[in-house]
Ligand binder design. Structure first.
Ligand SMILES: NC(=O)c1ccc[n+]([C@@H]2O[C@H](COP(=O)([O-])OP(=O)(O)OC[C@H]3O[C@@H](n4cnc5c(N)ncnc54)[C@H](O)[C@@H]3O)[C@@H](O)[C@H]2O)c1
Length: 290
């Protein structure tokens, strides 16, 4: 039975995962290497649940109880009592593998491990642990409290028991799952990310402005957000990392990240989380930058 869930990485995804888990009644242990990220995350979770209270989706008492189940810290000491730890740090294989190496001595031998990676091989990440049978992909969508789907990915060594336990967690969170095989980008990003990359190429080649590309896809393809707004929401660094994984894994030039998106990442214009990406978010309304 899973009651205590650890979350490593308190960025936009880790915060959202921690939030939905405490609201579903789990005790959550949230860790980040950066004290500022942790502080920002706790504030964000508090504000977001408060918004749900204002909309009568959560009772004030439930908010209080949920926040009392949330524990935050740096390092790995706090994960000892966890039956499941979900990793949600920066999309970089070396960083993720080195975190698993440091984390494992602190875990109970039965503890399950999941990665929220958008694209990296679950089989390779599982191999970096002492428990590939207890390891799998649990790919939440952004923003976690709003999006219904969690993509579930088995590594080649993932056991059925692990899969079933994690599928139960998804159900208790009130979310739906879709199962993907362990290939680059899984299902969602294999299809979504080349579209976003193509939208950046359309901007790069001056086919349209930022606003016209987003408007065209919102109204012309009935997408709730334009691809460039969505890229800003995901984080341009994450988008480039996913394209790199698709390019390396598939070996086809159509997966090469657009040079303009790479340039934005070099400039630190990472999207909403940095206050600027294709849009500038410093004012009340986002303003397009090209
Ligand atoms: N952004 C999205 O839309 C989205 C959607 C689904 C999955 N993901 C995946 O979720 C993961 C996190 O993405 P994000 O958007 O939350 O990124 P983010 O940049 O918002 O957050 C990453 C966090 O990881 C922390 N971190 C880095 N190194 C660490 C370490 N050694 N120990 C502990 N914490 C460390 C950082 O301080 C930061 O707070 C990535 O694997 C990404 O691919 C992202």
């Amino acid at each position: 039975m899973i009651e205590n869930i650890g979350v490593i990485g308190a960025g936009q995804m880790g915060s959202g995962i921690a939030q939905v888990c405490v609201l579903a009644g789990y005790n959550v242990f949230l860790s980040d290497v950066s004290p500022e990220a942790l502080q920002k995350s706790l504030l964000h979770i508090d504000r977001d649940i408060e918004r749900q209270v204002a909309r009568n989706k959560v009772l004030a008492k439930e908010k209080e109880e949920a926040l009392s189940r949330l524990h935050s810290f740096s390092g790995y000491e706090g994960f000892k009592k966890c039956q499941l730890v979900i990793e949600a740090v920066t999309e970089n294989e070396n960083i993720k593998e080195s975190i698993f190496k440091e984390l494992i001595p602190f875990l109970d031998s039965k503890c399950l491990l999941a990665s929220n990676t958008s694209s990296i091989s679950i089989t390779a990440l599982g191999r970096a642990t002492d428990r590939p049978d207890k390891f799998m992909g649990m790919h939440f969508m952004n923003p976690v409290p709003v999006m219904q789907l969690v993509e579930l990915i088995r590594g080649i060594a993932t056991s059925n028991t692990t899969f079933n336990f994690i599928q139960e967690v998804v159900k208790r969170l009130g979310k739906q799952s879709a199962v993907s095989e362990d290939y680059p980008g899984f299902i969602v990003n294999r299809v979504l990310m080349p579209m976003i990359n193509e939208a950046v190429y359309a901007l790069f080649e001056s086919v349209g402005t930022i606003e016209s590309i987003d408007k065209a896809m919102r109204l012309g393809a009935n997408h709730p957000m334009g691809p460039l707004e969505l890229a800003d929401l995901i984080g341009l660094d994450t988008c480039v990392s996913i394209m790199d994984v698709l390019y390396e894994g598939r070996g086809e030039s159509k997966y090469k990240p657009c040079p303009l998106m790479v340039k934005y990442v070099e400039a630190g214009w990472l999207g909403r989380k940095a206050g600027r990406g294709f849009y500038d978010y410093k004012g009340e309304q986002p303003v397009s930058t090209r």
